[in-house]
Each structure stands twice: as structure tokens, then as C-alpha cells.
Design a protein around this ligand. Structure first.
Ligand code: HEC
Ligand code: HEC
Ligand code: HEC
Length: 131
């Protein structure tokens, strides 16, 4: 029977060692790297609050932007009423980037860390709304 009883556990250990970094990375993305540190601009600091509370913004901003886009483009619905009852103009450039004008030190901080690259900037960012 050769040394099968030795080889098989050896193989399993080898595979675990081989796959562990991948597995670890999948469950704790970027853990080994530097943590993202999105910076607030002076405008944002003065405003003190985002459109919705920070934990919501952190996890839901992509959904919010997606909804804004659909509502503006499909329904020409241009105003968002926040949970605090404040109104915001639904615009990536005019609203979000008014406070977060430091895209590379804010949006990109997290996105680079998470490995997401929103394609929005192909069209947005150039202030085409100003035409
Ligand atoms: C009036 C200024 C203002 C506007 C407009 C604004 N933000 Fe914010 N944003 C802030 C401030 C201030 C904070 C930090 C809030 C805090 O610390 O409680 C923040 C926090 C965030 C965070 C969480 C950051 C973190 O460190 O976890 C995200 C994500 C975010 N904003 C995205 C957006 C997006 C997307 C838009 C447009 C839909 C937007 N913001 C519009 C001022 C603004
Ligand atoms: C606190 C960290 C953080 C900040 C700050 C942040 N984002 Fe994000 N963003 C994320 C994460 C995480 C995802 C990916 C979520 C996913 O894959 O489910 C994401 C995804 C997105 C998406 C969807 C991309 C896609 O391909 O699905 C858009 C659009 C987006 N962010 C816009 C912005 C904008 C605009 C800003 C700056 C105003 C910003 N984000 C700031 C963490 C952040
Ligand atoms: C192919 C070009 C293109 C791309 C890519 C694109 N957009 Fe847009 N977006 C537009 C145009 C054109 C409008 C309509 C502008 C208007 O009516 O004011 C628009 C409108 C919007 C609006 C509402 C109006 C405004 O001023 O912001 C939001 C929000 C928006 N897009 C978010 C996004 C997000 C988030 C992404 C990336 C996930 C994205 N867009 C990618 C072209 C694009």
C-alpha cells in the first residue's frame, strides 16, 4: 500500500496552506493592507452630517445613487427628502461632490481598498451640468 496514509494528509495540509491566503482574503478583504481612511473636506466638516446617518451612507450610498439616477432620468424627480426632512438635489456632481470634492481622498480611499471601480466617472465629474 506504499505510504498512502502519509501522502494523503500531507496533500491535504499542502492544499490548506496553498488555499489559506485566498480563503482568508475572501473573508477579510484587505485585512493585511492599510485600512481606508476617507478624508472629509472643509465643506463636509462644516456640514457635519451627510445626507443620511453615516452607517447608512457607508453601506447604502451605491443604492442611493442608483435610485437617484433612475428617478432623475426616468421620472424627472429631482429632489430627495432625507429622513430628517431636509431636501437635497439629486445629483452626483452637484450634491455629493459638493461636499466630497476630494474624490481621490474620499471615494477612492474605500473603493481602491475594496477593489471596486465605479464607471460613473467616464461621464460624471466633468462638470457637464454647468453647460
Ligand atoms: C452636506 C454635505 C454632504 C453631502 C451633500 C454628502 N455628504 Fe457624504 N458625508 C458628509 C459628512 C459630513 C460625512 C461624515 C458624517 C459623519 O461622520 O457622521 C459624510 C459621510 C459619508 C460617507 C461615509 C464615510 C465613512 O467614513 O464611512 C459616505 C460613503 C458618503 N458620505 C457618501 C456620500 C454620497 C454618495 C453623497 C451623495 C449621494 C454624499 N455623501 C453627500 C457630508 C456630505
Ligand atoms: C466608507 C467607504 C466608502 C466611501 C467613503 C465611498 N464608497 Fe462607494 N463603495 C464602497 C463600497 C464598499 C462599495 C462596494 C459595495 C459592493 O460591492 O457591494 C462601493 C460602491 C460604490 C458604487 C457602486 C459601484 C459598483 O460598481 O457597483 C458607487 C456608484 C459608489 N460606491 C459611489 C461612491 C461615491 C460617489 C463616493 C464619494 C462621494 C463613494 N462611493 C464613497 C465604499 C465607499
Ligand atoms: C455613459 C455616461 C454615464 C455613466 C457611465 C454614468 N452616468 Fe449618471 N448620468 C448620465 C447622464 C447623461 C445623466 C443625465 C444628466 C441629467 O439629466 O442631469 C446622468 C444622471 C445621473 C444622476 C442624476 C443627475 C445628476 O446630476 O447626477 C445620478 C445620481 C447619476 N447619473 C449617477 C451615476 C452613477 C452613480 C454612475 C456610476 C455607477 C453613473 N451615473 C454613470 C451619464 C452617465
Amino acid at each position: 500500500m506504499y505510504d498512502g496514509w502519509k501522502i494523503i494528509p500531507g496533500l491535504i495540509i499542502f492544499l490548506i496552506l496553498l488555499l489559506f491566503p485566498l480563503w482568508n482574503q475572501a473573508f477579510h478583504p484587505g485585512k493585511a493592507g492599510i485600512t481606508p481612511n476617507p478624508e472629509l473636506t472643509e465643506t463636509a466638516k462644516n456640514a457635519e452630517k451627510c445626507i443620511e446617518p453615516k452607517p447608512f451612507m457607508k453601506t447604502q450610498h451605491m443604492k442611493m445613487l442608483d435610485e437617484w439616477r433612475n428617478e432623475v432620468v426616468r421620472d424627472a424627480e429631482r429632489y430627495y427628502k432625507s429622513s430628517e426632512g431636509k431636501e437635497y438635489y439629486k445629483s452626483l456632481q452637484i450634491t455629493c461632490l459638493e461636499c466630497h470634492s476630494n474624490k481621490s481622498k474620499f471615494c477612492d480611499q474605500c473603493h481602491n481598498y475594496m477593489g471596486v471601480d465605479p464607471f460613473c466617472w467616464d461621464c460624471h465629474i466633468e462638470p457637464k451640468e454647468n453647460e
